[in-house]
Design a protein around this ligand. Structure first.
Ligand SMILES: *Cc1c(COP(=O)(O)O)cnc(C)c1O
Length: 460
C-alpha cells in the first residue's frame, strides 16, 4: 500500500495547476494559497479518519469552490419572482435607467457636490434635489439624509430632545429590521407620551395630553399592518389645527414611511397617504424613504418649514447621516420623472404597480409554453402581487402566476436559490409560484433555466 498522504500534491504543485490561473487572477495568490493550505489540511484530516485521498482534479474543483464560497462578492443580483414589488429583503426599489445613468456619471467624474459654481467657493451638498422636492411636494424646504430611520431620529432629536412627543397608541409600530418607533423616540432623547387606544384615538386624547413639556405631535404611518373594524384616528389637518391653537404652537411631524407622490387608487389599491397631501394639510415636517414607493435610491427625505429644515441642516448629527453623491444623483433623476409625468413608464416600482393584467398573463403563458415544451409540468393560476415596503398591507394586485405543483415545495425553493442567478419564488398551497410582475424582461431566460435546474434537482 502506498502512503495516501504522498498522493496529495504539494502546496506549490497545486498552485501551479493551470486551471487555477483565473482564480489567482481574480482573488490574488496569497488568498488562494491560504485557502489551498486549509483545504490540504482538511483533506489530510479526512485521510486520517479513513477516507480515500481525492484526485488532483477533485482537489482543484474543491479549491475553486472553497475560494469562491469565502471570497466571491456576497452581494449579487437575484431574480425576484415573489411578486412583492418593494421587497425589503431583496433590495427594495430598482432604479430607473435615468437614475442609473446619473449615478454612474457622478461616480466616474468629479462633481460640484459641495462646490458653488456661481460663487466659485465651497457649497453645500444639501441643496441638491431640494428644488425638485419642494416643487413636487409644495413644501418650503427639504433635506435628504441616508435613510428614513435617520430622518426620523434627526427630526425628533432636533425638535424634541428633553421634551415630550405625543403619539397615538395605534401608531407605535415596529417596521422591519427591528426599527421600533418607541425605541427611536427614546434614542432621540424625547419622552414618549402615548394617547388613545390601539384601535381608537380622538383629537381630545391629544388635547388632554398637551402640557408645557410637549415638544411636538407625531403621526406615524402604520406601515406594515392595519387595524380593521372599530377604528378611529386623527388626521394631519386636525392635529395641525390643535397644535396651532396652543398658546405655544408646536410642530406636527408626519413620518409617512413609504411616501408616495402618485395616487395608488387607480390601481384598485386603497389610498396611501401622499406626500403632497400631508404638506397641504399643514404638516410642519414630513419624512419618508427614498427606496420604497418613491422608487429611488436608499435615502431619508425630510420636507418641511424653512426654519425647521435650516435647524436640521445645522445639527451636528446631520453630518453622520449625510447622503452620498451617487444617491443624490439617482434621487434627482428619479424626481425628474415625476416632474415630467412619466413616473409610471420610467420608474420600475410604478411600472410594476401599473403593469396591465393582460401583459402579465401573456408573459406567464409564454413561460408555461416554454417549460411545457421542455417537459416540465406547470399550471397557470390567478393570484395576487403585493406592493410591499410596508405599504398597503393585505392588499393585492391581480396577476397570473406560473405554478409548479410539487410535494416538496421547500426543496424546490432551495434548489432555485442555489441556482446562478438565484431565483426567489413563493409557495402557494401545493405549488411553487412565480409572479411575472417582479421578474424583469431581461431575466426571463435565466428564470426558465433556473426552473428547469430546480426541477432536475427535485428528480435526483
Ligand atoms: C420604512 C419606514 C421607516 C424606516 O425607513 P428606512 O428608509 O428603512 O430607514 C420609518 N418609518 C416608517 C413608518 C416606515 O415605514
Amino acid at each position: 500500500m502506498t502512503n495516501p498522504y504522498r498522493q496529495l500534491p504539494s502546496l506549490d504543485a497545486l498552485l501551479a495547476r493551470p486551471e487555477l490561473r483565473p482564480l489567482i487572477a481574480e482573488f490574488g495568490r496569497e488568498a488562494v494559497r491560504d485557502e489551498a493550505r486549509g483545504l490540504l489540511d482538511a483533506i489530510r484530516a479526512a485521510i486520517r479518519a479513513g477516507e480515500a485521498p481525492p484526485s488532483g482534479d477533485a482537489i482543484v474543483v474543491r479549491l475553486q469552490d472553497r475560494v469562491r464560497r469565502t471570497l466571491a462578492p456576497s452581494l449579487i443580483p437575484v431574480i425576484n419572482a415573489t411578486g412583492v414589488i418593494v421587497h425589503t429583503n431583496l433590495g427594495r426599489a430598482l432604479l430607473s435607467d435615468a437614475a442609473q445613468r446619473a449615478m454612474m456619471e457622478v461616480a466616474s467624474s468629479y462633481s460640484n457636490l459641495e462646490y458653488d459654481l456661481d460663487a466659485g467657493r465651497r457649497g453645500s451638498r444639501y441643496i441638491h434635489a431640494e428644488a425638485l422636492l419642494t416643487r413636487l411636494s409644495g413644501a418650503e424646504a427639504a433635506l435628504v439624509v441616508n435613510n428614513n430611520a435617520a430622518a426620523v431620529n434627526l427630526v425628533l432629536r432636533t425638535l424634541a430632545a428633553g421634551q415630550e412627543v405625543i403619539i397615538s397608541r395605534g401608531e407605535l409600530v415596529e417596521i422591519g429590521g427591528g426599527f421600533r418607533i418607541p425605541d427611536i423616540l427614546a434614542q432621540s432623547g424625547a419622552a414618549l407620551v402615548e394617547v388613545g387606544t390601539t384601535n381608537r384615538t380622538r383629537l381630545a386624547d391629544y388635547e388632554n395630553a398637551i402640557t408645557e413639556k410637549t415638544g411636538l405631535l407625531l403621526k406615524v404611518h402604520q406601515s406594515n399592518y392595519r387595524i380593521v373594524g372599530f377604528t378611529e384616528e386623527v388626521g394631519i389637518r386636525e392635529l395641525v389645527g390643535l397644535a396651532r391653537r396652543q398658546e405655544r404652537p408646536m410642530p406636527v411631524v408626519n413620518d409617512l414611511g413609504s411616501g408616495t407622490f402618485l395616487d395608488t387608487r387607480p390601481y384598485g389599491l386603497a389610498y396611501e397617504p401622499r406626500v403632497q397631501d400631508s404638506i397641504a394639510a399643514g404638516a410642519d415636517v414630513v419624512t419618508f424613504s427614498g427606496d420604497k414607493l418613491l422608487g429611488g435610491p436608499q435615502a431619508g427625505i425630510i420636507l418641511g418649514r424653512k426654519e425647521i429644515i435650516a435647524r436640521l441642516k445645522r445639527q451636528p448629527l446631520t453630518r453622520a447621516f449625510r447622503v452620498d453623491k451617487t444617491t443624490l444623483a439617482a434621487l434627482q433623476a428619479t424626481l425628474l420623472a415625476y416632474l415630467r409625468g412619466t413616473a409610471t413608464e420610467e420608474i420600475p416600482v410604478w411600472r410594476m404597480i401599473s403593469a396591465p393584467a393582460e401583459t402579465l398573463a401573456r408573459r406567464a403563458r409564454a413561460w408555461a409554453d416554454a417549460l411545457t415544451q421542455a417537459g416540465v409540468r406547470v399550471e397557470l393560476r390567478a393570484g395576487g402581487s403585493a406592493v410591499g415596503g410596508g405599504s398597503l398591507p393585505g392588499q393585492t394586485l391581480p396577476t397570473t402566476l406560473l405554478t409548479l405543483p410539487t410535494d416538496h415545495p421547500h426543496r424546490l425553493l432551495a434548489a432555485l436559490r442555489a441556482h446562478t442567478p438565484p431565483v426567489i419564488a413563493r409557495v402557494e398551497e401545493d405549488a411553487v409560484a412565480f409572479d411575472p410582475r417582479t421578474v424583469l424582461p431581461g431575466q426571463e431566460a435565466a428564470l426558465l433555466n433556473g426552473i428547469k435546474h430546480g426541477v432536475k434537482v427535485l428528480l435526483e
